[in-house]
Design a protein around this ligand. Structure first.
Ligand SMILES: [Zn+2]
Length: 499
């Protein structure tokens, strides 16, 4: 603006006044395979222990990211702190026990709920406990305040899929029907809950229950008798179970303590120039799924790759600013945690934003950009990225994304996961969704899944660093355009409902 006045006074034409946009290329070039590799060998190292939310490994990763932001000269995003903490609760199961008809059965694999003791003389068997187009497990039943017994039916959908609606989630369905207790039969001696004890972010709720107990076949047999167990469990598998009341004296106890923990989002800010009260977010999750015993899930691709890309993006924009070519809008670099638990960090941020969401022009989110999708059979497997969400919320997203890609990075932009009917539902599955549901336009960058996804074998030497640098550069060029263009992205497309 200052230069506009100066030029205007010297009588130059308006056309000459418009500032020639700075060339982003030299800064994009600082996002290198070597730098990404250097950071990733630390972020996905064994010292970080798989970065599980609310653990030492997560805190070490947060400290590393914070130190990088500080060293670059980014401002802390949360007052004087680079970290935004959110609460995490963890159940420490002291003991759960069950006695059937006076006999103690050491056959509870875990419990989820609150401290309680129940003296029951009946349970209501409700088959697989689900309600869908083919059947209603609770048809004609009133189970309010009662105990229900549930067996797994046909094994199929993954957890996130099941959680989509209440009828397809046995626990949620039991709650909706007012059941006080759920006995859920599991066939392995593995505690189905978190290795560390069940973790959650909300402890205060409008209502309690139901208390969940994961029990063995032996418990079910003790309650139902051998013959009924046999016929009823077969019926559940065949999808034609009939509800039934079983009489038995059942003493159930759940004793536990709740640990109060916390986790954090790490937030660094590069202040803009003439549009510094508008914001562009660049995000990735730095948490992963931790370890099982001594076996570490390194999470090099998921989402070490996104995390170190954010570090490099920050460095590139800082260098531009040092050379007088800083962004017009303020750029917020945010690495969130809790993603693997259910998008907790980004959810917390979107409910407790540090910068106004209506002044946040966009969120560019990166989750897994260091590998290739072996099931992608067309095109160049070393030169693509899945781009998700650029057809939603703002009609400005795709033209920007495609034009910078055409001009600079020349990757194959694959829109497979933009299909609202895609069963993977990628649009809803990473942190950008918490921006999208608040109306902030987003683009999500993703390489697809591979055999090492959520396994100890997701390690640093399997990453394609050159390809990853190119993908991160696409994010850089897109961010550059969004941070420097005259107008914020328009919000002209409604968010499709979650189906
Ligand atoms: Zn991830």
């Amino acid at each position: 603006m200052k230069s506009y006045l100066l030029f205007a006074l010297t009588g130059m034409s308006l056309a000459a006044v418009a500032q020639k946009p700075a060339n982003p290329k030299p800064y994009a070039a600082t996002i290198t395979a070597a730098d990404l590799k250097k950071h990733l060998y630390i972020v996905a190292s064994k010292e970080m222990e798989g970065r599980e939310t609310a653990t030492e490994g997560q805190r070490k990763a947060a400290a590393y990211i914070q130190e990088h932001f500080r060293a670059l000269g980014l401002a802390p995003g949360n007052g004087s702190s680079y970290q935004q903490a959110f609460p995490v609760y963890r159940d420490q199961e002291a003991s759960a026990s069950i006695e059937v008809n006076g006999k103690e059965l050491n056959e509870i694999f875990g419990a989820r709920g609150f401290e309680a003791t129940y003296y029951l003389n009946q349970v209501v068997f409700v088959g697989d406990g689900l309600t869908d187009s083919t059947h209603d497990s609770y048809k004609g039943l009133d189970v309010a305040g009662k105990a229900v017994l549930i067996m797994p039916g046909k094994p199929n959908m993954n957890m996130r899929q099941r959680n989509r609606d209440a009828g397809s989630n046995f626990a949620e369905n039991a709650r909706l029907h007012g059941a006080a207790v759920v006995l859920y039969m599991t066939s392995t001696a593995k505690n189905p809950m978190s290795r560390m004890g069940y973790m959650y972010t909300e402890i205060f709720k409008p209502e309690a229950g139901p208390n969940m107990f994961y029990v063995s076949e032996a418990v079910c047999k003790a309650i139902m008798g051998e013959a009924s167990f046999k016929s009823d469990s077969a019926a559940v598998k065949n999808g034609n179970a009939q509800s039934k009341i079983y009489k038995a004296d059942i003493l159930l106890q759940n004793k536990k303590s709740v640990e109060r923990l916390e986790s954090t989002n790490v937030v660094g800010v590069l202040e803009g120039t003439d549009k510094k009260d508008e914001y562009l977010f660049l995000t990735a999750h730095y948490d992963h799924i931790g370890k099982q015993g001594d076996v570490i899930n390194y999470g090099a691709d998921d989402d070490g790759s996104g995390t170190v890309s954010i570090l490099e993006l920050a460095e590139a924009f800082v260098k531009a600013k040092k050379e007088g070519k800083g962004p017009r809008r303020t750029i917020v670099f945010m690495c969130v945690s809790g993603e693997e638990k259910g998008l907790w960090g980004s959810e917390y941020y979107s409910e407790h934003p540090l910068f106004p969401l209506d002044k946040t022009t966009a969120d560019l989110n990166i989750d897994m950009i260091g590998r290739i999708d072996p099931s992608r059979k067309h095109g160049d497997s070393t030169n693509y990225v899945y781009v998700v969400g650029d057809d939603k919320l703002s009609s400005d997203l795709r033209p920007i994304s495609e034009s910078v890609n055409k001009k600079y990075t020349k990757l194959e932009l694959d829109y497979k996961y933009n299909d609202p009917n895609d069963k993977e539902r990628i649009y809803y599955r990473s942190d950008h969704y918490n921006f999208a549901r608040k109306g902030v336009p987003i683009i999500f960058y993703f390489n697809g899944v591979h055999a090492d996804y959520h396994r100890p074998s997701d390690t640093v030497e399997k990453i394609g660093y050159e390809m990853m640098a190119k993908r991160a550069q696409l994010v850089f060029y897109t961010a550059w355009e969004m941070a420097n263009r005259d107008a914020m992205l328009k919000r002209d497309i409604p968010l499709p409902p979650m189906n």
